[in-house]
Design a protein around this ligand. Sequence first.
Ligand code: HXC
Length: 287
Amino acid sequence: MSNIFADDLLDGEHIVITGGGTGLGRAMAEQCAALGASVTINGRRTEPLDETVAAIEEEGGTANGISCNVRDAESVNAFFDEAEDAQGPVTALVNNAAANFLAATEDLSPNGFDAIVKTNLYGSFYCTQACGQRWIERGSGGVVLSIATTYADTGSAFVVPSAVSKAGIVAMMRSLAAEWGPEGIRLNAIAPGPFPTEGAWSRLVPGMDVEEDMKQRNPTRRFGEPEELATLVAFLLSDGAAYMNGEVVTFDGGEKLVAGGQFNAFTAMPREQIKGLFAKMKAARDK
Ligand code: HXC
């Protein structure tokens, strides 16, 4: 995908992307670095971090990878100290790291529930608070972008801990948009629909049949591309979005809307067939 921005859009920014070594986080890190930001990525495993940093550096970008468990507040604070020692003050945060798996809720163990809620909600809180504390003390302001999901609003069967934690992330983001706005800190969220990444798909999409159904349910008849999400991330982090605060941007090809519209299922029929049905209904009325 071609770059739609000026090459220096994010010059001078130091952007932290949690879970930035793989999947969507990696695409975001690559895009931000390509637009001039220095990037620090974290994750539990060092190998993907090293690979992503090497890929960014190969393209002439500036990046650093530091291993960190976002479920642990101490690890998060140590991470931000190390990130700033290496690359200077952090100016923006993307809460991207996420855990999820499909399970019947009656079978979830306390540990399974914890693993997801602590990664998603606690992790986003610890990182957001660590940035807010630093930015308020410095009077510098800053930007936080959190990755939610479309079912943060609606809930979804079989992913209760994920839905609960993503809804919590949105509530945190909206609360802090009001609380920290006067400090020059703005916070927003993106609610992505389906983006096929290895980590998410291996846990959430049981087979090819489901995958085809998921595409057919989407008005665009396709999944999103990581680069498309990364483009939105870059815009929302940039000064071009400076007046956007407390917002959730849905980015799902229209999938969420389709689930709510009573007659949307008719779009599965060929257009001429559906027009024929409508014509018959009208003829019956006109008789
Ligand atoms: C049932 C499971 C399980 C599974 C883990 N557990 N996977 N239970 N089914 N598939 C349980 C374990 O049995 C254990 O409970 C507890 O969860 C913790 O598991 P561990 O393996 O010890 O811990 P940990 O590695 O810390 O966490 C596992 C994990 C995490 C939560 C699965 O590794 C993870 O999510 N990684 C995926 C990263 C990723 O791809 N994120 C993208 C999410 S996408 P017990 O009781 O046995 O000790 C997303 C977007 C959704 O969220 C939108 C899509 C359309």
